[in-house]
Design a protein around this ligand. Structure first.
Ligand SMILES: C[S@@+](CC[C@H](N)C(=O)[O-])C[C@H]1O[C@@H](n2cnc3c(N)ncnc32)[C@H](O)[C@@H]1O
Length: 467
């Protein structure tokens, strides 16, 4: 049974520091579930993203702990929820991520664009793409053959129906021809958003939320005809409804999606300070010491429970990336599965014990977890370095299981943070709303199981750098 009570921070404090810590604890003690709140305002819904947190969560801490003009950082920003909220609250926002789709999404969400121009360009894309499909079919089919290397082409052929491929290519060609980079990026994102959704969008994937996507065995086309894709194994027909997907037209989906995103663009005009979005590693941040007022972030889960690249390559291959290039990037993500003894750091006592307990069951899994906590040691050390004294980092994590054992991610990160000099005045717990999020674990919950209960919770750790 784990213990949530933590040692109190007993260092001597000024009135300002006492007030700041009280505000931090009050924010951590407030209701952080936000299940009933609308999270689709401004540009938040431009594109789905695994384990995206509700915008109200960073907003709560930004409002409680910073002033207009302060610097708010998310070093693992994903789709940029913190960055968008900080910008809407007139803070200077900085976002870093090593995932190319994440930086693309976040940058587009905060770019000021002319909505009339976007509408014009969007209508032009649809008109020209429809014309190409009707009049230049042979040319499009030849371009499909020539577009990728063999491995990437195999991936595209496996995951996209032929008609879908033709429509996607017709759209992609129009988007590629846009001259203004920011306008082009806006449409690339709307294009990507029709492929990467929890249910696999216009691809043949049945879901992209879990670690490994499944491919539909049969699809129904727009008029309800059934197309069998794979030979069905004996007995599987009972479950056929689970393996069936209706094929939606990329042109129709793109039209809906870019118009929806246009609404968000106009709301983002309220944000007057342009955030700094950069490709960067949270373990080695390109930022000066003692400059940041607040960090709000959520790292990947331990043990690669969400494989970002596995989902992202579904749209990235259409944006001129090869599966080989994308696959190589996977090793740089925090929480990756590849391990060696190099890069493993000594851990404080509690975290070392958790790693040792998992190593006794499975040496390799122990190494994977040790790697994760070593990476997070570097991230927390960097957070300490860039934060101003007396300021906080809010880290939102879920725990994982390995060989049936809880990785105790919340308590281990708090343990590591304290070993680096942070005070940890409180860890808050929030329940996950799995219907609304792309999450790794399944939706079923056994109420009697403590470990399962933990997998359906998220922990919000408040780290305080003493003044
Ligand atoms: C849980 S997601 C963040 C989701 C985000 N809070 C949102 O609302 O969209 C974790 C992010 O960490 C990023 N990441 C993984 N390793 C990283 C590293 N070494 N440096 C920076 N970001 C990294 C992943 O690419 C992913 O976007």
């Amino acid at each position: 049974m784990y213990q949530l009570s933590l040692p109190l921070d007993t260092t001597e404090k000024t009135d300002g520091a006492i007030d700041y810590q009280a505000r931090l604890v009050a924010a951590l003690s407030s209701d952080l579930d936000f299940h009933q709140d609308d999270s689709s305002y401004a540009s938040h819904n431009f594109h789905s993203f695994p384990a995206k947190f509700p915008p109200q969560l960073p907003r709560r801490f930004i409002e409680a702990l910073t002033e207009v003009g302060d610097i708010v950082l998310d070093p693992m920003m994903g789709s940029g929820t913190t960055v968008v909220e900080a910008a809407l609250l007139q803070r200077h926002a900085i976002g870093l991520d090593i995932d190319p789709l994440a930086t693309h999404i976040a940058r587009t969400k905060v770019t000021h664009l002319d909505t009339a121009r976007l509408l014009d360009v969007g209508n032009g894309i649809l008109r020209n793409a429809s014309e190409a499909l009707a009049q230049r079919h042979t040319e499009l089919a030849a371009a499909l053959e020539a577009r990728w290397d063999t491995k990437t082409k195999e991936f595209v052929d496996y995951w996209f129906a032929r008609q879908t491929q033709l429509e996607l290519l017709a759209l992609a060609q129009q988007i590629e021809a846009i001259q203004e980079p920011d306008v082009r990026k806006f449409f690339e994102l709307a294009f990507s958003a029709i492929i990467i959704t929890k249910s696999g969008g216009v691809s043949l994937a049945l879901d992209l939320a879990h670690t490994r996507p499944h491919r539909a065995k049969r699809v129904t086309d727009e008029v309800g005809n059934i197309i069998i894709l794979d030979q069905l194994s004996r007995g599987s027909s009972r479950n056929l409804s689970f393996l069936t997907k209706s094929l939606r037209s990329p042109l129709v989906e793109f039209s809906k999606r870019f118009r929806q995103n246009l609404q968000g663009v106009s709301q983002m005009a309220l944000a007057t300070r342009t955030p700094l979005i950069a490709f960067g590693d949270a373990q080695c941040m390109p930022l000066r010491d003692g400059t940041v007022d607040l960090i709000v972030t959520s790292p990947p889960y331990a043990a690669n429970a969400i494989d970002y690249m596995r989902a992202h390559k579904f749209s990235m291959v259409w944006l001129h990336r090869s599966v080989t290039e994308l696959g190589e990037k996977r090793k740089d993500y925090i929480g990756g599965e590849s391990v060696s003894n190099s890069g493993l750091l000594p851990l404080p006592e509690y975290s070392a014990e958790i790693v040792a307990a998992i190593s006794r069951q499975d040496r390799r899994k122990g190494l994977v977890l040790h790697r994760y906590y070593s990476e997070m040691t570097l991230v927390l050390a960097e957070m300490w370095r860039v934060l101003k004294p007396g300021r906080a980092a809010i880290v939102v994590v879920g725990s994982s299981t390995m060989r049936g054992q809880d990785t105790m991610t919340d308590l281990c990160l708090a343990d590591i943070g304290r070993s680096l000099g942070f005070a940890v005045p409180r860890i808050a717990v929030r329940n996950l709303d799995r219907n609304r999020r792309m999450m790794p674990a399944g939706a079923k919950l056994d109420p009697g199981s403590q470990i399962q209960k933990r997998m359906h919770e998220e922990y919000i750790i408040g780290f305080l750098k003493p003044s």
